[in-house]
Design a protein around this ligand. Structure first.
Ligand code: ASC
Length: 150
């Protein structure tokens, strides 16, 4: 096998077998990564939520685009909660690493509801958007109440 082909093969194998946490050079990078992803998600979700509550005028196109971004970016933070990333500038509670199945369940639930919100926003139906915003917001709160420090 040519060297370039072997390197490509090794890279592929590593990509599918390396623990998610190992994709970060240091724990601080993982913390920054998940916080930034959650921030971008929240900014986009918040824009749609403001429309749903009447605090902002409803713009179907902006709502659909923002919900799609929130849906996509909402898939990113979870790989950055690897072992050893419970330190530094984080409000993540230690319970996350003790109750990882429950934490994952909450993260999965949020992503499922955010996907429903993106689907609702794509239809442009404000009533469906409101329902989905409430369901999604509920999953944010459930997880924060359990796993985020004040
Ligand atoms: C947001 C945000 C949250 C949720 C939550 C919904 O926009 O930052 O944590 O919605 O407040 O209850």
């Amino acid at each position: 096998m040519k060297t370039s082909a072997s390197i490509a093969l090794i890279a592929t194998v590593l990509a599918f077998t390396t623990p998610a946490s190992a994709q970060f050079a240091k724990p601080d990078d993982a913390v920054k990564y998940r916080k930034n992803a959650l921030f971008v998600m929240q900014q986009n979700f918040g824009r749609v939520a403001a429309m749903a509550s009447g605090k902002a005028p409803f713009d179907a196109k902006v709502a659909a685009e923002s919900a799609a971004v929130a849906d996509y970016v909402g898939k990113l933070p979870w790989a950055a909660f690897g072992e050893g990333t419970d330190k530094g500038e984080t409000r993540a509670k230690a319970e996350i690493w003790k109750e990882s199945a429950k934490f994952k369940e909450y993260a999965d639930k949020m992503q499922a509801e955010m996907s429903k919100l993106a689907a609702a926003a794509k239809t442009g139906n404000l009533d469906s958007i409101k329902t989905a915003v409430n369901a999604t917001g509920g999953t944010c709160k459930t997880c924060h109440d359990a796993y985020r420090k004040e």
